[in-house]
Design a binder for this molecule. Structure first.
Ligand code: ADP
Ligand code: G6P
Length: 465
């Protein structure tokens, strides 16, 4: 079996901050732990202390069957590539939030330079029979950078985030180049059919590709395959964790503190795409409408994220203000309607909390997949399951249509769905949960990866038409 080489900006390196939240790391760690291989990317460290030659020396580490090769970013690279272009332009644009874009030409240049540098450091680590799998919007230029260095290995690319319609995508300056660069891959994977088709539209309208059929683009003399591979969790494992955690002290303490109230739970990175202020507004309306105070509690766990990007700092302030206003306006001396925990919480403990919650509230304004939605379903007790309130604009909604689907921009609709979820009869809860479980149970991150990698293995080398 050939080795797989996974490349992603975020790498959960053994020595680093393993508590970092994020769907990409969760999906890939599940795959790599079982399959093994080389994982290449950013170390998570920002430095200017290393000499110019040294910064291109990767740091190597081994944990079980996973080999890690990582590089530090300089402060200027971190500012321009990660905070500036990837998260200040691409992330909001790909999530259809162009008003949050903050573009500087120099950041685009740095983005492309860092992609070049990743290619330069990675190329000498590659073996002839490696299959390369590049991940996410930080590394759109890497497939072209590798080809330029003569790397002919089969190369796949997976976009964890959505891809909007072609005109919206082109609002991000530089996008035309990046679409061309990522077309250096043999196989391109997306979370949903809509994302795939939007990308194909951009590639044909703006990057000179021709759509050969649903699953292939022709790019000059090469054939590039397009596929849909929804990211998955290990549902059985998460269910077992949730069950085991429900007997631990932190989860029991939370249960005791509720004193019979119905718990609603939200678990997110603190990100403008997650619809957190909108969610609090929907919850405020639910609380204001309750015939008597005190029957519900919302636990919102929100891990601070990307705080070097202005939009994220603004969100943090806005959220804290909204939370304060909600509790002071609607709380009682003996009841606080909202508990906001602005931290990363251990994922196993989160599983236990989810099992305790009558309602899972997953209401992003836009999301590539949203693994939290799948985790909430997995965590439930099948005998007495809770209800998922899910945004229509999360990739997960395509698979979890048994959830209460809402438009997160509509606070009234969301608050009505919350209320319906809180009071849903057991039989309906069971039925909906069963359908949700059936959608997530038969697969895993490993299967997700194998499906992608098998398709990649079937491609002709270098995608010859
Ligand atoms: P994203 O990739 O945008 O962060 P996902 O929902 O796909 O969103 O994945 C997030 C992952 O990170 C999930 O596995 C979730 O459990 C975890 N996570 C998110 N927020 C937190 C938090 N505050 N504490 C602990 N884990 C979190
Ligand atoms: C999402 C993105 C990932 C990213 C993660 C955490 O899942 O798709 O690429 O790694 O968020 O964000 P961060 O900026 O901390 O890596």
């Amino acid at each position: 079996m050939s080795r797989i080489v996974v490349v992603s900006n975020r790498v959960p390196v053994p020595s680093g901050n393993a508590g970092q939240a994020g769907g990409l790391a969760v999906a890939l760690l599940g795959l790599m732990e079982r399959r093994g291989g080389l994982w290449f990317g950013w170390s998570g460290a920002v430095t200017d202390s290393r000499a110019p030659g040294q910064i291109d020396e990767p740091t190597l580490a081994q944990r079980g069957s996973i080999g890690y090769a990582t590089v530090d970013l300089t402060e200027a690279e971190h500012r321009g590539y990660y905070a500036g272009y990837a998260n200040g332009v691409l992330w909001p644009m790909l999530h259809a939030m162009p008003h949050l874009m903050a573009f500087r030409r120099a950041d685009l240049d740095t983005y492309r330079e860092v992609n070049e540098r990743f290619g330069k450091v990675l190329a000498p680590l590659l073996r002839d029979d490696d299959r390369i799998w590049v991940h996410d919007y930080h590394l759109l230029s890497l497939p072209a950078a590798l080809r330029k260095r003569g790397v002919g290995n089969p190369t796949g690319f997976f976009l964890h985030v959505p891809f909007p319609d072609a005109d919206s995508a082109m609002a991000a300056p530089g996008m035309r180049h990046l679409v061309r660069d990522v077309l250096g891959s043999d196989l391109l994977g997306f979370q949903t059919i809509a994302d795939r088709d939007h990308f194909a539209e951009a590639a044909t309208q703006f990057a000179g590709a021709t759509r050969h059929d649903e699953q292939h683009l022709l790019v000059e003399d090469r054939r590039v395959r397009l596929g849909v591979f929804p990211a998955e969790i290990d549902a059985a494992e998460f269910a077992a964790t949730a069950e085991a955690q429900s007997r631990t002290e932190p989860v029991r303490r939370l249960a005791r503190s509720l004193g019979g109230q119905s718990l609603l739970i939200g678990v997110d990175r603190m990100d403008p795409t997650k619809g957190l202020p909108e969610r609090l507004e929907a919850y405020r309306r639910l609380v204001a409408r309750l015939p008597e105070r005190g029957g519900v509690t919302l636990l919102q766990i929100a891990a601070p994220s990307r705080e070097d990007v202005a939009a994220y700092r603004r969100l943090r302030r806005e959220l804290h203000e909204a939370a304060g206003a909600l509790n002071s306006g609607l709380g009682e001396p003996d009841w606080t309607p909202l508990r906001l925990v602005a931290r990363t919480v251990n994922r196993d403990t989160v599983a236990g909390y989810m099992r305790l919650a009558r309602v899972g509230v997953v209401t992003p304004l836009r999301d590539g997949m949203n693994l939290v939605a799948k985790e909430y379903i997995a965590a439930q007790d099948p005998v007495d399951p809770g209800v998922l309130v899910l945004s229509r604009f999360a990739g997960a909604a395509a698979q979890l249509d048994s959830a209460l689907l809402v438009n997160p921009y509509d606070a009234t609709e969301t608050s009505e769905a919350m209320q319906r979820a809180v009071s849903m009869p057991l039989e309906e809860r069971r039925e909906r949960w069963k359908a949700g479980w059936a959608a997530i149970a038969a697969t895993s991150p490993e299967r997700w990866g194998e499906t992608f990698l098998n398709e990649l293995a079937m491609m002709e080398p270098a995608g010859t038409a």
